[in-house]
Design a protein around this ligand. Structure first.
Ligand code: SF4
Length: 200
């Protein structure tokens, strides 16, 4: 019987997530990310999360990504900066899906690995997580994974397991942001995927 559904945004973040959530009880890793573009990148991150589950020995499921619902959720907010309304809606959509999956699988609690990122608004994530959990009759585990050097620990784990680490958050707009931030561009990082989306 699972105690916690751990929403996984990517394999590197799930390393510390699994380590810190395991003391609460048996964990089911749940990959749900309709925000990841393009499809090749989605499959790459999903395969890596699945591989990590085998390495760290936790059970794993991939949630069917509802891309249309996600696009509807962020529509009209495409130009918002990261941590703005687009990201709030994206995070809310993914937390809602995690809660729904936990409810369907009779898992009493859920948490998310999104809280390891230095770029995310953790207060917002926890507030929405708690509110969504309440609506579904679940418990939300407000674990802030970036505390206690969580992000640095994820780098150590990534090296240990040889994990793929992406260089942008997930959606096409986050690729553009990274491109602007690094004037040398995606050509130098070898991200043909990013360039392809930027041209669209
Ligand atoms: S930057 Fe990340 S959190 Fe924000 S909308 Fe894009 S994928 Fe979602």
């Amino acid at each position: 019987m699972y105690r916690i559904l751990m929403h996984i945004c990517c394999a590197p973040d799930a390393t510390v997530g699994f380590e810190r959530l395991s003391p609460f009880g048996k964990v089911l890793g749940y990959f749900y990310n309709p925000n990841i573009e393009p499809l090749a990148e989605y499959h790459r991150r999903e395969a890596e999360a699945r591989r990590l589950a085998g390495l760290m020995k936790f059970d794993y499921r991939e949630g069917r990504p509802d891309r249309q619902a996600w696009r509807t959720a962020v529509a009209g907010f495409e130009d918002e900066p990261e941590r703005g309304e687009r990201c709030r809606r994206c995070i809310e959509h993914n937390l809602e899906a995690a809660a729904k999956a936990a409810s369907e699988l009779n898992i009493p609690a859920f948490a998310t690995t999104l809280t390891i990122s230095p770029h995310k608004d953790v207060d917002y994530i926890h507030a929405r997580g708690a509110e969504i959990a309440g609506r579904h009759g679940l418990e939300y585990i407000a674990e802030t994974l970036r505390k206690k050097d969580g992000f640095k620990q994820s780098l150590v784990y990534s090296k240990k397991y040889g994990l793929y680490r992406q260089d942008y958050c997930g959606c096409r707009w986050s690729i553009r942001r990274e491109h602007k931030r690094n004037r040398s561009g995606l050509e130098q990082s070898g991200s043909a995927v990013g360039l392809e989306l930027i041209r669209k």
